[in-house]
Design a protein around this ligand. Structure first.
Ligand code: SAH
Ligand code: SF4
Ligand code: F3S
Length: 453
């Protein structure tokens, strides 16, 4: 396909990421590895000789989107001075792990498929293709290597994702993640703290500890969860802002709850996926808590940290969901008053237990429930933001707003999006990545607006 084998130094690449924080973190490793080899990161598919898709299959829509995207790539011409005669397209992440070699049947112009445990193999697989192998795939079930052991180029210099566990043992009956990310494995406390310290020393302002269920951190290594210890140890590195995702309600301990409002760096925001407000559905989902228990956790969190911003995930239309079940969910969302709710229509995932549960609720009924819930969510998000009017809050500035270059955008401690104009006599590069106070003049459903003081 090429007359002389080009080296990575001659090539450009682009990584497109779908899905959760795990994929975002893995993408930073992919960028780091390819840059280390000399390839140049470019902003668009058109300019890239190598395009890497980091994929998600948690819902069907994501699958369909990937196939569509990779198919349209057939029509995207290579850049004029590319040393390649054909663009290298690689699919990684959760679809890569799930489908492996099979993807070549569906997408014949694909060059490389790699799984969630095979990040480190990507450069070798690409080299093989450069050397004339038609296409290459590698998906293994387990890896000894944590993705954090690979080189990384972080998306933002001031923020870092820090994986403390990979995989998941919970097997919620609707969820594909345990099948594509494997069993839960924790990193040692020493490794986590060392990485956090490196970030702090490099000027990082915010660390987000990530795992599918950070609350069960350490069970595999120490015989019992030790997440509270991780929080204390990372706080002690001197990091300014500490967050974590995701937290399973069944494993959220009083000790961890107590850290909100008492641990210096821990931000007053928690994402606590409820999934449903009906005990029958929670049981069918294999979530291992009741709605009463969930409410208890919310009460304790608000006692520990009044004003804590709570967010959640809700699935509408799980197999067998009745109108009464849905009303229970609606009531839960109404009673808790979340700052943000991520609402999903149930999507059947082959191979999961829920895929074989009887599911006869008509599509229109599910859609109508979903719309009703989204209305409530928006009202609540609007109310939560109204409470900030007139307040002055410290904002971690991320850069210019995508919609309006004259506006800066950043995050409040409660993780709200905050916009404010760049103050006169301040340059963009001086303010990005710093924490600066903003007085809030306007509160909308999805953002706050104000001015730097
Ligand atoms: N480990 C995390 C994230 C899992 S995926 C957690 O437990 O919260 C993120 C969200 O996607 C889930 O919380 C769930 O609400 C949603 N989700 C997962 N599988 C789904 C499915 N089959 N259909 C619809 N939503 C789903
Ligand atoms: Fe999926 Fe449940 Fe694991 Fe979250 S905890 S990744 S929803 S199986
Ligand atoms: Fe999607 Fe995989 Fe994350 S399926 S939600 S990218 S773990």
């Amino acid at each position: 396909m090429i007359s002389q084998t080009p080296s990575f130094g001659d090539l450009t690449f682009h990584v497109q990421t779908f899905g959760c924080q795990m994929n975002k973190h893995d993408s930073e490793r992919v960028v780091g590895m390819l840059e280390n080899l000399g390839a140049r990161d470019v902003g668009t598919i058109e300019e890239a000789d190598i395009v890497v898709f980091m994929t998600c299959c948690v819902r069907e829509a994501a699958d369909i989107r990937l196939i569509g995207q990779v198919n349209t790539m057939k029509n995207v011409k290579l850049r004029p001075n590319s040393p390649l005669s054909k663009r290298i397209i690689a699919v990684g992440g959760c679809i890569g792990q799930r489908d492996g070699e099979k993807l070549f049947d569906e997408l014949p112009h694909l060059s490389v498929v790699f799984g969630t445990n095979n990040l480190a193999s990507l450069p070798g697989l690409i080299s093989d293709v450069l050397d004339g192998c038609g296409h290459r795939a590698e998906t293994i079930d387990e890896s000894k290597l944590f993705p954090s052991d690979l080189p990384s180029t972080r998306e933002h210099s001031w923020a870092a994702w820090l994986p403390i566990t990979i995989g998941c043992n919970n097997f919620c009956t609707y969820c594909i993640v345990p099948y594509v990310r494997g069993r839960e494995k924790s990193r040692t406390l020493e490794e986590i703290v060392a990485e956090a310290q490196r970030y702090v020393d490099a000027g990082v302002k915010e660390i987000t500890l990530i795992g599918q269920n950070v609350n069960s951190y350490g069970r595999d290594l120490y015989g019992e969860p030790r997440f509270a210890e991780v929080l204390k140890a990372v706080d002690a590195t001197g990091i300014e802002r500490l967050r974590f995702a995701t937290s399973h309600p069944k494993d959220l301990t009083d000790e961890v709850i107590g850290m909100f409002g008492s641990l210096r760096s821990l931000m007053p925001a928690l994402h606590l996926p409820a999934q449903s407000g009906s005990n029958a559905i929670l049981e069918a989902m294999h979530r291992n808590y009741t709605v009463e228990r969930y409410h208890e956790l919310i009460d304790k969190l608000r006692d520990a940290c009044p004003g804590i911003a709570l967010s959640t995930d809700i699935i509408v239309g799980f197999p067998g969901e009745t109108e009464a079940d849905f009303e229970d969910t609606y009531r839960l969302v109404d009673e808790v008053g979340y700052s943000q709710v991520f609402t999903f229509i149930y999507s059947k995932r082959e191979g999961t237990p829920a895929a074989s549960m009887p599911d006869d609720t008509p599509r229109e009924v599910i859609q109508e429930r979903f719309d009703r819930l989204v209305d409530l969510v928006q009202q609540r998000a609007y109310l939560a933001n109204q409470a900030e009017l007139g307040a002055t809050i410290p904002v971690l500035v991320e850069g210019a707003s995508k919609r309006d270059a004259a506006l800066l955008t950043g995050k409040s401690p409660k993780n709200q999006t905050v916009h404010a104009p760049l103050p006169e006599a301040v340059s963009l590069s001086d303010i990005v990545g710093t924490i600066a106070p903003v007085k809030i003049d306007e509160a909308r459903t999805w953002y706050l607006k104000g001015h730097f003081v």
